[in-house]
Ligand binder design. Structure first.
Ligand SMILES: *Cc1c(COP(=O)(O)O)cnc(C)c1O
Length: 422
């Protein structure tokens, strides 16, 4: 028989969301819903999945993209790194605020700071996060914000980064606690030399968005220690405070120490459509001086054959002026949901952060176990949440509330939360 990849055994038991789904099912069996009593319905504020329809201009782009495939003139096949128009448009729309090459006036800021060769279109940010590890191979030290999105740690374990995975499980990964005490920004002195740093802002799960000063410090620490930052900007379009940077590349020198992943999933409702991108600046080098960008092109060409051309047509529509308005409208809708949830929690005297520049609210239950609070909210309110401890040890005693949901469900969940703590 064939041996199992032993790294699979090193993964922490049960991925968080299947475990939540299991507990929800168990609860539903023990406490069945009664169709004549809407108040017995279980409402989920648990998963980070979008719920609202794709808006009309963007939807028309998807439809048109599909229709063109049925015509001789419009047909297209493999597109490898992505449609050049889409890559150019991404640079213009998302990276016009980014610092242009050495600021000598060569890079026209209005066109964005990146050439199309530095922007790679993909089937999503999570998929790219999984593949990026192939650049660095086994034994690379890894540092993650704690708490963090599970794929950074589990992806690192699977690829065999972080050293002696077999003996130590997660021991080779440095957790950088982000707690109320440090205002959810980690102590950068904990970052090991020559490591990969996963950094997500606005953060999932805490909802914290790093300031310009904080990202400047992060980039400086990375340069000093010979690290590469993998910056996850999946929630950048939820930023409403104009002082907050929306990309790591607003920080001078980040081009020499950062890769950025981003996605249409959360801003445009493309969680099921699948479209994302990764920026790998030409300046980024390994210890030996080789180009990271050239290797990423090689990896994408070898194990990925490009994003769906229908999804890319939708992405192009999302970046038209009208499409960008729709992105803003959709994010505003979820941010209004977030404000409702925050309000409900604050009425109960529960301390929370996030929800202002992100669709997540991070609520603190001092001295309590996350899964125990999860169970209590499920029992008393029939509302599913996410236990903070599932995102890392520093998530203990926290609960993540997701603002992805229909308005009526969010309002009903907020009403029910009033009974919590009684
Ligand atoms: C949802 C999410 C993504 C998006 O992943 P896709 O594969 O593009 O859908 C990326 N990073 C974080 C932190 C997320 O929460």
């Amino acid at each position: 028989m064939v041996n199992r990849n032993p790294r699979l055994a090193a993964l922490k038991a049960g991925y968080l969301f299947p475990e939540i789904a299991r507990r929800r099912r168990e609860f539903a069996v023990a406490h069945p819903e009664d169709p004549s009593k809407p108040e017995t319905r279980i409402i989920s504020l648990g998963v980070g999945n979008t719920t609202e329809p794709v808006l009309p201009r963007i939807d028309a782009g998807l439809v048109e993209g599909a229709r063109k495939l049925g015509t001789v003139e419009g047909y297209s096949g493999y597109q490898d790194e992505g449609l050049p128009e889409l890559r150019k448009k991404i640079s213009e729309v998302f990276y016009s605020r980014a610092v242009a090459p050495n600021q000598t006036g060569q890079g026209k800021v209005s066109e964005g700071a990146f050439s199309i060769e530095e922007i790679f279109i993909s089937d999503g940010a999570k998929c790219d996060i999984g593949r990026l590890q192939l650049l660095f191979g086994t034994g690379t030290p890894v540092a993650v914000q704690d708490p963090s999105y599970p794929v950074y740690v589990d992806g690192s374990v699977l690829i065999g980064a972080a050293g002696a995975w077999a003996e130590t499980g997660y021991g080779g990964i440095s957790y950088l606690p982000c707690t109320a005490e440090n205002n959810y920004f980690p102590d950068l002195s904990l970052i090991p030399e020559n490591s990969l740093i996963y950094f997500c802002s606005p953060n999932n799960p805490t909802g914290a968005a790093a300031t310009r000063e904080q990202l400047t410090e992060l980039a400086a620490a990375a340069r000093r220690k010979g690290c590469i930052i993998i910056f996850d900007a999946a929630y950048s379009e939820y930023i409403r405070d104009p002082a907050l940077p929306k990309t790591i590349f607003e920080i001078p020198d980040a081009r020499e120490c950062a890769i950025e992943v981003n996605s249409f999933s959360k801003p445009a409702g493309f969680t099921g459509v699948r479209l994302g991108w990764t920026v790998v600046p030409r300046e980024l080098r390994y210890a030996g001086g080789e180009s990271v960008n050239a290797d990423w092109a090689r990896i994408m060409g070898t194990i990925f054959n490009g994003a769906s051309n229908i999804a890319q047509a939708g992405g192009l529509a999302a970046l038209t002026e009208e499409g960008q308005k729709e992105i803003r409208q959709l994010c505003d809708f979820y941010l209004e949901n977030a404000a409702l949830i925050r309000g409900a929690l604050q009425k109960l005297g529960i301390t929370c952060i996030g929800g202002d520049n992100s669709p997540y609210i991070w609520a603190r239950f001092p001295g309590r176990d996350s899964w125990e609070v999860f169970a209590e909210i499920l029992e008393k309110c029939r509302v599913v949440t996410t236990p903070g401890s599932g995102f890392g040890p520093s998530g203990q005693s926290f609960i993540r509330f997701s603002a992805f949901g229909h308005r009526a469900d969010i309002e009903e969940a907020c009403l029910r939360l009033e009974t919590f703590g009684r």
